[in-house]
Ligand binder design. Structure first.
Ligand SMILES: [Zn+2]
Ligand SMILES: [Zn+2]
Length: 408
């Protein structure tokens, strides 16, 4: 067989998924042509790799965790004529066998770039162009937004969607609706959402939550564009709680003009997404600081936290016009496929629509679009017949995706 004929041939698709809770590795192999008596699937001597021989070509992946089975064919004879084969293997270390490798599964979730791992007196840079966004002189301390504050904030967003569309705005003129607004306002105030209890940005302090960093406007060099009419840029609408008037803001990089975040009128500070920032490559910075979290890492952390807090596996990623419903199937797996190996991930289902009744994370439309791209990419890693799921006709088809999580 010549090299070119090998190159033209499609390779088998190999996929392995480790479920730490069950201590099992699921393996799925799709062949580009029917199996023959010479098709073989085996595990390497160290238990670390899956190797498939088919039509004189060997394809292999590193398993997400080592298998108990070592240096052997996968159980069962492979008869000719198959396009798909699947196995379930025991992991070398699992919760069931009490092995060490299972320990990471027990470590509680830590958000990437929490205040604990960040050092002050360091420049905060735009990840794209490395322009200084907050200088070391003005950054004296990092603080986590208190988790109860985070929870309250989430609850606030959830019960009180910070977007007023034209329709509602018009209807708010009728006295009934105005009373409703006032009623909900005082209800919020009595539950501690009044302006006096809110956390405000403070000079010298970088506040961090699961996905963002909040800086005082005088510490942050971002260009902030205020637009008093939400219709100018409906992508970035925040509600001013005092006036109930929508104010659109964009916080953009002073160097490359990329949108890094928004001006948060509730907290009176610049709120920047962690995945838009980086720290200088300096020995003074901790290792965690030099491993900047991706959008995927931050989203997985936020989804996980929402599920932990509410018990609901469905979360709506709500933009102004864009919406995605995410449904967490398994918050913690690891997988390997032909293109990526040993990746920690969350397995979820998603649909291109919002849902009134579910938990919401309010995001700019541009971020919801980025997330859609991420989920489409996360769908491509799955075996061909595990990309879609439908439970009933009414609910529609769900797309399956793997969302990469930070390594713990
Ligand atoms: Zn409300
Ligand atoms: Zn920039």
């Amino acid at each position: 067989m010549t090299t070119s004929s090998i190159e033209r041939r499609a390779l088998p698709s190999l996929y392995a998924e480790f479920l730490p809770k069950l201590g099992r590795i699921s393996i799925v192999v799709h062949l580009p042509s029917q199996s023959t008596w010479t098709t073989k699937a085996l595990i390497s001597n160290d238990g670390e790799r899956l190797i498939v021989y088919h039509e004189r070509i060997s394809t292999e992946i590193i398993l997400p965790t080592a298998a108990k089975l070592r240096g052997e064919h996968l159980p069962g004879e492979i008869p000719p004529g198959l396009f798909k084969m699947s196995w379930r293997l025991l992991a070398q270390d699992s919760l069931l066998t009490g092995g060490l490798a299972s320990q990471p599964a027990l470590i509680p979730e830590v958000a990437p770039w929490s205040a604990l791992v960040l050092r002050p007196r360091t420049d905060v840079l735009c990840r794209k162009c490395e322009t200084v966004v907050v200088s070391r002189e003005s950054l004296k301390e990092w603080k986590d937004l208190p988790s109860e504050n985070w929870a309250e904030m989430m609850e606030f967003w959830h019960c009180h969607k910070p977007v007023i569309n034209n329709d509602q705005r018009n209807r708010a003129d009728s006295s009934d609706n105005a009373n409703d607004l006032k009623a909900s306002e005082s209800a919020l105030a009595s539950r501690g959402y009044g302006a006096n209890t809110a956390i405000f940005a403070q000079a010298g302090i970088g506040f961090v939550d699961l996905t963002r960093m909040l800086f005082h406007k005088e510490d942050c060099r971002c260009n902030v564009m205020f637009m008093n009419n939400a219709d100018i840029d409906p992508n970035l609408t925040l509600l001013n709680t005092q006036t109930h008037r929508s104010i659109s803001t964009v916080a953009s990089c002073p160097g490359c003009n990329a949108q890094l975040g928004v001006y948060d009128t509730r907290k009176d500070g610049v709120s920047i997404f962690k995945w838009m920032l980086k720290f200088a490559d300096s020995p003074a910075n901790s290792l965690s600081m030099l491993r900047p979290p991706t959008l995927s890492h931050c989203l997985a952390t936020a989804l996980f936290a929402t599920q932990e807090r509410t018990g609901s596996a469905k979360v709506v990623l709500q933009g102004d016009k864009e919406a995605i419903t995410a449904w967490i199937l398994n918050p913690r797996i690891s997988f390997s496929c032909n293109s990526k190996q040993k990746v920690s991930a969350m397995k979820l289902l998603w649909q291109n629509r919002g849902r009134e009744e579910e938990e919401e994370l309010i995001l700019p439309d541009s971020i919801v679009k980025d997330i859609r791209g991420l989920l489409q990419e996360g769908n491509s890693y799955l075996p061909p017949d595990e990309k879609m799921k439908q439970f009933n006709a009414q609910d529609g088809v769900w797309t399956v995706a793997l969302l990469e999580r930070p390594e713990q």
